[in-house]
Design a protein around this ligand. Structure first.
Ligand code: CTP
Length: 430
C-alpha cells in the first residue's frame, strides 16, 4: 500500500492542467461505469518522480468513444485510429492526451504490426514492452491512485532493471531492442540477464533488419532525442550492432567528444539568442553520425528511411558543404558581407555543427561574429519604397536589395535614410 499513498501524493502535485484532465476522466468513468487507468511511461515516471506531461490513459471499454466525450468537455479535437482502438485528443493549447481501449494483441508474423482484440487491463499490460512500462494507476473514484502491477514493475524500477515480459517479446516487436537500450541508458538501469539473452537471440535472427524502415527511423529519432545519444549508440553496437541501420554505418571515434561540444554550442546559442527558433539538436547529432558516409550512399539511406524533406535537405547540405564552408570561412580576407553570403543560406543546425567540428580557429571566430554582429541585420526599405522611386518591379528588385544589404552588412550604411540614399545613388549612376 506504500505506493498507493505515493501515487496519490504524486498525482496531487502534477501541474493543475493535468490534474484537471484526470479529474474529468474520473468523473466520466463514474458516469460511464468503466475502469479508467493511467498507464505506461507516465506511471513509470510518476513513480520515479520524473516530469512527464504526456498523459496516457487506458479505458476498459470503448476508448475512442471515451475520447470523444472527454474531448467535448475539454474543447479539444480527436484523431482516432480505429484499427487499434486508440485516439489522441489535442487541446487548444496544443497539449495531447492519448486514450486507448484496453486490448490484447496478437502478432500474426514476426516484426509485423499486431492484430488487436478486446481485453482487460491485465491483457493490456501484458502486451507491453518492459515491466517498468507495464504498470497502471487507477483513476476511477473507488480505487483512485492504486497501482496495478501484475509484472513486478515497481520492484524492477527500484532495482534498476529493464525486463521484458515474455520470450517472444523481441520477435513480436524488434524495435523493443532499441527501446531497451534507450531506457537502460536514460535511467542508468541495466538490462536483465534473460532479457539480454533474448535480445541476442533476436540479433542472431536479424530481427531488426526485418522491421519496416519507417518504424526504425522513428526509433532512431528517439535515440537522437535522448540526453546522451552516444551512450545509447555505443550500447546498441555492443549488444546488437549498428549495421542493421545500413552496412555503411559506423560509430565514429570522435562521436562522444563531438556530441559533447555540440551540446555545449547549442546551449550557448539558445542562451545567447533566446528569441531564435529552437534548435533540432537531435538532427545535428544525426547529421554528424551520418557525416562519414559518401553522398551517394547517404542519399540512398535517407530515401530508404523516408526522412522528411526538410531533415533530408539539412543532412545532405552538411554532408556536401562542410569542407567547402569550413575552407571558405577560414580565408584570410573575407568581408562581413562575404561571411553573410556564405552562412545566411544555411540552417542553424548546419552552421553550429560546422562550429563544433571545425579545427580552424578562424572559422570558429567568423561563425561567432556572424551570429553576434551580422545575422540580425535586415533592410528597412521595402518594395513599396523602390516603387515610389520609380523603379519597375522585376528581377532588378532582388538585385538592388542584395546590393543594399551588402553595403549595410559591411557597415557603409546604417539606417533607413542611408538605405534610400544608397538606392538613389545607384539608380542615378545608371
Ligand atoms: N509500448 C510497448 N512497445 C513499444 C512501444 C510502446 O509496449 N514498442 C508501450 C509501453 O508500455 C510504453 C507505452 O506503450 O510505456 C507508451 O509508449 P511511448 O510513448 O513510446 O513510451 P514511453 O514509455 O512513454 O517512453 P518515453 O518516456 O520515451 O516517451
Amino acid at each position: 500500500m506504500i505506493q498507493k499513498g505515493l501515487l496519490i501524493k504524486r498525482l496531487n502535485s502534477l501541474p493543475l492542467e493535468l490534474q484537471h484532465i484526470i479529474f474529468l476522466s474520473r468523473n466520466l468513468a463514474r458516469i460511464e461505469k468503466i475502469g479508467v487507468y493511467l498507464v505506461g511511461g507516465f506511471v513509470r515516471d510518476l513513480l520515479l518522480g520524473v516530469d512527464n506531461f504526456d498523459l496516457d490513459i487506458v479505458v476498459e471499454k470503448d476508448g475512442i468513444e471515451f475520447a470523444y466525450k472527454l474531448s467535448r468537455i475539454l474543447d479539444g479535437t480527436v484523431v482516432k485510429h480505429k484499427a487499434f482502438g486508440t485516439a489522441t485528443i489535442t487541446k487548444k493549447n496544443g497539449s495531447k492526451i492519448d486514450i486507448a481501449t484496453s486490448r490484447k494483441e496478437f502478432y500474426p508474423a514476426p516484426a509485423a504490426l499486431p492484430v488487436v482484440n478486446e481485453g482487460g487491463i491485465e491483457d493490456d499490460l501484458f502486451r507491453r514492452d518492459f515491466s517498468i512500462n507495464a504498470m497502471a494507476c487507477h483513476i476511477d473514484f473507488e480505487k483512485f491512485g492504486r497501482l496495478v502491477d501484475r509484472f513486478n514493475g515497481l520492484k524492477d524500477l527500484k532495482d534498476g532493471r529493464i525486463r521484458c515480459l515474455h520470450e517472444e517479446s523481441f520477435i513480436d516487436d524488434p524495435t523493443r531492442i532499441i527501446r531497451a537500450v534507450r531506457f537502460e541508458q536514460r535511467l542508468g538501469f541495466h538490462i536483465d540477464k534473460d532479457t539480454l539473452r533474448l535480445i541476442k537471440q533476436a540479433r542472431n535472427l536479424g530481427m531488426l533488419e526485418k522491421v519496416q524502415k519507417h518504424r526504425i527511423r522513428d526509433e532512431l529519432i528517439l535515440v537522437f532525442k535522448e540526453k546522451n545519444p552516444y551512450k545509447v549508440l555505443r550500447r546498441l553496437k555492443q549488444i546488437y550492432n549498428l549495421t542493421f541501420i545500413d552496412r555503411h554505418i559506423k560509430l565514429n571515434r570522435d562521436c562522444k567528444k563531438v556530441f559533447f561540444n555540440l551540446n555545449k554550442a547549442c546551449v550557448r546559442f539558445q542562451h545567447s539568442f533566446p528569441q531564435r527558433r529552437p534548435l533540432d539538436i537531435w538532427l545535428m547529432y544525426l547529421m554528424f553520425f551520418l557525416s562519414p558516409i559518401k553522398l551517394r550512399f547517404l542519399q540512398r539511406i535517407l530515401g530508404k528511411y523516408a526522412f522528411c524533406c526538410g531533415d533530408t535537405k539539412r543532412i545532405i547540405s552538411f554532408n556536401k558543404e562542410f569542407r567547402k564552408i569550413d575552407k571558405n570561412l577560414s580565408k584570410k580576407k573575407l568581408s562581413a558581407a562575404g561571411l553573410h553570403s556564405i552562412l545566411s543560406p544555411l540552417s542553424y543546425e548546419v552552421i553550429l555543427l560546422t562550429l563544433a567540428l571545425s579545427k580552424r580557429q578562424r572559422t570558429k571566430q567568423r561563425i561567432q561574429d556572424f551570429f553576434v554582429k551580422h545575422h540580425h541585420k535586415k533592410l528597412t526599405i521595402t518594395g513599396g519604397d523602390l516603387l515610389s522611386l520609380g523603379i519597375k518591379p522585376g528581377p532588378k528588385f532582388k538585385k538592388l536589395f542584395q546590393v543594399v544589404l551588402r553595403a549595410k552588412i559591411n557597415g557603409k550604411i546604417h539606417n533607413r535614410e542611408e538605405e534610400l540614399g544608397f538606392v538613389k545613388k545607384i539608380i542615378n549612376k545608371k
